[in-house]
Design a protein around this ligand. Structure first.
Ligand code: SAH
Length: 440
């Protein structure tokens, strides 16, 4: 497959890192690669006006504007996923990925006592392919779920993608809710008869026993970047290049900025990226899970508090200079799972991050592949094998992508039963994916 996954090569970042230390004293970074042409996009024009009016902006503000500005944001009006787009994701590569995640939710629902109802809440659902594969599993296991009242809740900022999601999942074009006071902006019923609603923000999703899913969502949330200097930590900003018109460049703040509070006191790296928006979302998920039960499954590329400069752009399956032609390319930064874990601490238990290869193996990907291969003819067999290789090969997505889960404390440590005084340690079933799937 000649397509690039976003968890791929960090060549651009490596180049950028080389120039940071030697130029920082001039308060200026190169963005790593000189653009072949400095295309003046509507977003670049908007940012240049903004910076001229109010001064340099943080990398976080830049990411937020470029990706989700309601008028010109990269995510808002286009379909960027798949071979014809800018990058490809696991659910678009193989149906098995979503099927195994569907089984994960059912397995957790069963392990926690088969609640009478649950909400499946997906953050950043892309084209709706992942939810479609999960819902197919729910239908196939209808006999297990028959007494359960299920509803689907999509958190999506992109009007274009939510339109595609609605077509995929309901086979209908759903009109937008025009009432500005309504927190739901689209509402429908899936092909299998399950109610589905769309929201712009997680806060708007009704509270209740829920399973939350975020696949390649946290990596597009805005990061602040900091560089250690002899004067202490300094935040990286984006400014207009004084030498070239309509060109942006990185600069360092001349003094301490408020966002510095996000840096750990004992930080040993010399460059860090922090995503406060991810922290807010993790805290919200943790509070909800602690209060009403359920779980969150988060899958993304990232690290456990070890990487430094991972901010990069993707356009047409190629790495793209992050400051060139803003609005035409995806921007992303690796997820810092150690930060997510700290944000959840106290409220809920967390598991992972573990490698995608291990998670999918534990979920029974080999058995599922064999079943599908036995039922398929060429060229579908070749496609299944290629998809398996992309998901599992350590050099492709197998080791770059990680799974991380939030669960109520009692799910991992058991709830001591007041009547059962002889039992010193309550027995709890292992969480599928992080251990072998016990339920078949
Ligand atoms: N989960 C999908 C798509 C990943 S791309 C997949 O794996 O294929 C990122 C998704 O997050 C897109 O659907 C994008 O529109 C959405 N998104 C980006 N920023 C968002 C935000 N702040 N709030 C909600 N959705 C957002």
């Amino acid at each position: 497959m000649s397509v690039l996954v976003r968890g791929g090569s960090g060549r651009l970042c490596a180049a950028a890192r080389e120039v940071i230390p030697c130029l920082w004293s001039g308060k200026c970074f190169s963005s790593g690669r000189e653009p072949a042409e400095n295309q003046v996009t509507p977003m670049l024009r908007h940012l240049v006006y903004k910076i001229k009016a109010t001064g340099p902006i943080t990398v976080a503000e830049y990411m937020k504007e470029v990706l989700t500005n309601p008028a010109k944001g990269y995510y808002v009006h286009r379909d960027m996923l798949g071979e014809k787009g800018d990058f490809i994701t696991s659910p678009e590569i193989s149906q098995i990925f979503g099927e195994l995640l569907g089984i994960w939710f059912i397995s957790e629902w069963m392990a926690t006592g088969k609640n009478a109802a649950f909400q499946l809440v997906e953050l950043g659902p892309g084209k709706g392919t992942l939810a479609g594969d999960i819902l197919r599993v729910f239908s196939q296991l209808g006999s297990v779920l028959k007494t359960c009242d299920i509803s689907i809740h999509m958190v999506e900022v992109s009007e274009k993608l939510s339109e595609i999601q609605a077509l995929t999942l309901t086979e209908e074009k759903i009109p937008l809710e025009r009432n500005a006071g309504s927190s739901v902006y689209m509402k429908g019923v899936t092909k299998s008869g399950i109610p589905i609603s769309w929201y712009r923000d997680l806060h708007d999703v009704p509270k209740g026993y829920s399973f939350y899913l975020a696949h390649e969502f946290f990596d597009v949330l805005p990061v602040h970047k900091f560089q250690k200097t002899p004067q202490g930590w300094r935040e990286v900003f984006i400014d207009i290049d004084p030498q070239v018109s309509d060109k942006l460049r990185f600069v360092l703040a001349p003094c301490v900025t408020p966002a510095e509070v996000f840096i750990q006191r004992d930080e040993i790296r010399d460059h860090v990226e922090v995503c406060p928006e991810a922290g807010v979302i993790i805290q919200e998920l943790s509070q909800r899970i602690a209060l009403t039960g359920g779980a969150a499954l988060i899958a993304d590329y990232g690290h456990d508090g070890t990487k430094t400069d991972t901010f990069r752009g993707f356009c047409g399956h190629k790495l793209h200079d992050v400051l060139t032609a803003p609005g035409t390319a995806d921007l992303t930064a690796d997820v810092d799972f150690s930060y997510l874990r700290r944000m959840a601490e106290g409220q809920v238990a967390s598991l992972g991050p573990i490698k995608q290869q291990t998670f999918l193996k534990n979920m029974g990907i080999d058995v599922r592949l064999k079943v599908l291969l036995d039922k398929s003819d060429e060229p579908a067999r070749q496609q299944l094998l290629q998809g398996y290789d992309m998901l599992m090969n350590p050099k492709k997505m197998g080791e770059r992508f990680n799974f991380f889960a939030l669960l109520p404390h009692q799910r991992l440590h058991g709830r001591s039963h007041p009547m059962n005084t002889c039992q010193s340690k309550p027995s709890v079933s292992p969480v599928a994916g992080f251990g072998e799937l016990a339920w078949r």
